[in-house]
Design a protein around this ligand. Sequence first.
Ligand code: ZN
Length: 471
Amino acid sequence: MHFVTEPIDNDSPDGQLIRFVRAYAGKIENERKKERTMRTMRERARRGRPIPGCRVPYGYLPGPERDAHTGRLTKEKLLPNPQTAPVVVRTFREAAAGVPISTIADGLTDDGIPSPTGRLRWAGNTVRYLLNDARYWEQGETLRTKVVPVEKHLRAHYATKTRTVLRPADECYALPTSSVPPLVEPSVAAAAQAHLQHNRDHATRNNRYPERALLRGGIARCGYCGDGLYANNRHSTFGGAEIVRTTYRCASRHEAAPDCRAHGMEAHLLDPAVWAKFSELLRTPGLIEQELDRMRASEAPGTDVLASIDKLVRDLDAQIARKRRLFELTDDERTQNELAAEINQLAALRRKHEAERANAELHYADWQQQQDGLQGTLDLCERVGAQLDDMNYDEKRQALFAFKAVVRLWRADHLPHRAELQVSLPLSGTLRLELSTLAYCNEEMTWSCHHKRAALRSQTGPPGDHAAGCS
Ligand SMILES: [Zn+2]
């Protein structure tokens, strides 16, 4: 709509109507523009070409191909960047060797390597982002994110009115390795991922006394809601000396589990009880050896499953490639639409199989990890002999992790027992052990500042020999 001759009179009803109509037309055009852009992007992604963002991913260069009309780089293919690709490889190698993320970042900063955004300092999160990007070691994905408006009640937390979120897996498009070549060996990437997971499990976060709580970081769990208990350290002075008391506590008050309140138990009561029960298990002659022998004898699961999934994916790839070739050959719009629908269906099927493969792979990795963990525990037991209590903090935790130990803790009035140790072995299955030694400990207290002060006031002896120190 053009109004060349007629100036708009804002005050008159006619002018207001015309303004409304023009705004409406603008809005519709905006929607159409959005739709056109997305259609182009989806089509490009479907053909297996990366979507050029404002920046080429770190470690890559756009290929030299240029558009015939505009002369601009088409960015349909990425090539390893001789300057930055070695930095990506170095990051993965260091992470695979168990170097913490912040140390990797500091090392890169110290060596004067500019960060992906050209800054002097590398942030730990930048390194983490690189380590979690699948295109560096296998088939990556494009159209991974989308921009959504921020809900009105959350606006105060954001600097802008929109935010970027990950798309659901079925809206992403796989990128063939011919358009984005991987930079890192899959085995190195897998080792790096395993270390990241291990660090997440064992991180002390801002706990100043991690060694006061053996069961921290997910071993001790709430019996009602299942959340991990956190180790709470509190200071007080006793006879002029400062003492620290550590308590496991459930931080969440779940609506789904009304009995879950801020219940907990002191670490100096729960830890020895759990360790006593657990060492009984470790002393059971031949338990670990038997399990290991059985694990070695049974074939590693997943190998035949993985092979059959691989074959399915290869077949689907061939079918998709064939349909794509037909698509390029034909000019008929209807045929093209039909082919596009078929390709989408096949691609969805392939994504499903790929997800299955990832699951099977995880299962296999877990099997290997458990076998290694049990072997480690066996070696440890042989080394310390009968002196299981002489194990240090890390060794004890390693053994608990190898048995996938979980301690569930309920409130003092819970029947038949207050705490339970659960261990799982891959073949023998799950074993639940009652921690009955804690039965005497029947004082329950809801945690609050008032109670905290009261508890510290009423404390008459050092926490170690205070029988009713269970809160
Ligand atoms: Zn809870």
